[in-house]
Design a protein around this ligand. Structure first.
Ligand SMILES: *Cc1c(COP(=O)(O)O)cnc(C)c1O
Length: 396
């Protein structure tokens, strides 16, 4: 018998990944995440980050972080519910609730653990969760931790959602409909007005994970709920502080009651040390900046429209994106990875995304345009796309 400590079963799995051609080494970024980066020692244009507003290395955020280290130290020192709750955490939540135009906000250590903690806390045995089939992995994991029954509706398909509500609503106490606000692989927006209407018709609650909508959609990045004017009609809105906001963290925005309950049953808040000052202060500064001006989100959308127009004029297939997320559909899995590699060789970093993350035959390189890109960088990226597109016969 082989020695279990050799981890041979994992070695076999890894070998399998290698045979499928999907084993990868992590790229190494030297220096900050910006529109142009040093990747594996080479200067390239970065079209792969979620740093939508260019905040990850913004001087105002950096100053706020440094000041907070001086005034509050480097660690929260405990979980929130014991003694990890500082005045700066309270200030952040007040400001964020104002920004989101909601009664209350509860901040978690990440978007991922926000879903892992919130969904299980707000649902119980005897409830039903109805989830969009393309919802994010952290929602899926969050649902697994819930004692409620779960079912899935076809992506953004309102007939399917209504069918489930009609057939099953009466068998449960509470029903919770969960959707991403913006779907990260295609950049399409959830049909939230229709979802909210169905929820109201069938007396169900709604939970929107707006990780890719916050800082992007709505007035100065207030999110998908604001974009559709649905304030007060979505029960739980989740956002991240790690994408557009540029730092780390996640939150639930909604009613005071939600916050009171989560501070007793939101497990990551009870069992995982709270966010450090150097994260909290720059997040607050970022929210302040968005409340001062729409210039950051304006620039993001201006850049996104510019880039998408150029690529689609060249003849690339951009799928059904309605947001700065710009998938360029290649199709075949191996060809997609080859396309991404050639882009990198020519000076643009765009990650290839293939099955099982997206359906077979819909491989794409996914471009993330940000407010931090200059027109020159975008022009250069388009030029490289054209060159590689012709070389690989993706463009005629
Ligand atoms: C990125 C993402 C998360 C996770 O957020 P982090 O703050 O990075 O942990 C959760 N939900 C969705 C829809 C996301 O896209």
């Amino acid at each position: 018998m082989s020695n279990v400590h050799e981890l041979n079963y994992l070695k076999e799995n890894i070998q399998q990944l290698k045979e499928e051609g999907v084993y990868r080494e992590l790229p190494i970024l030297e220096g900050p995440n910006e529109s142009e980066i040093i990747l594996n020692g080479k200067k390239v244009i970065n079209l792969s980050s979620n740093n939508y507003l260019g905040f990850a290395n913004h001087p105002r955020l950096k100053k706020a972080a440094v000041d907070a280290v001086e005034s509050h130290g480097v660690g929260a020192g405990a979980v929130r519910t014991i003694i990890g709750n500082m005045d700066i955490h309270e200030n952040l939540e007040k400001r964020l609730a104002e920004f989101k135009r909601e009664e209350a906000v509860m901040v978690f250590q990440s978007g991922f653990n926000c879903n892992a903690g919130a969904i299980q806390a707000i649902t119980q045995k005897g409830d039903l969760i109805i989830s969009d089939e393309l919802n994010h992995a952290s929602i899926i994991d969050g649902c697994r931790l819930s004692r409620a029954d779960k079912t899935v509706y076809k992506h953004s398909d309102m007939e399917d959602l209504e069918r489930i509500l009609r057939e099953r609503r009466d068998d449960y106490n509470n029903v919770l409909i969960i959707t991403d606000g913006v779907f990260s692989m295609d950049g399409d927006i959830a049909p939230l007005p229709e979802i909210v209407e169905l929820a109201e018709k069938y007396n169900a609650m709604t939970y929107v994970d707006d990780a890719h909508g916050s800082g992007v959609l709505g007035e100065s990045g207030r999110g998908t709920v604001d974009h559709f004017g649905l304030h007060g009609r979505v029960d739980f809105t989740i956002g991240t502080l790690s994408k557009a906001i540029g730092v780390i963290g996640g939150y639930v925005a909604g009613k005071k009651t939600m916050k009171q309950w989560l501070s007793h049953r939101g497990r990551p808040l009870l069992f995982s040390t709270y966010l450090p000052p150097a994260a909290v202060a720059p997040i607050t500064e970022a929210v302040n900046m968005l409340m001062e001006t729409t210039e950051y989100t304006d620039k993001l959308w201006d850049n996104a429209k510019y880039f998408k127009e150029k690529l689609s004029t060249l003849g690339f297939d951009l799928g059904k994106s309605e947001t700065p997320i710009t998938p360029v559909i290649i199709g075949d899995e191996a060809e997609t990875m080859e396309f991404s590699k050639k882009l990198l060789d020519n000076g643009v970093f765009v990650s290839g995304i293939i099955f099982p993350t997206v359906p077979k035959g819909t491989g794409r390189v996914r471009c993330m345009v940000t407010a931090g890109h200059t027109k020159e960088q975008l022009d250069k990226a388009v030029e490289i796309f054209q060159k590689v597109g012709k070389e690989m016969n993706v463009l005629k």
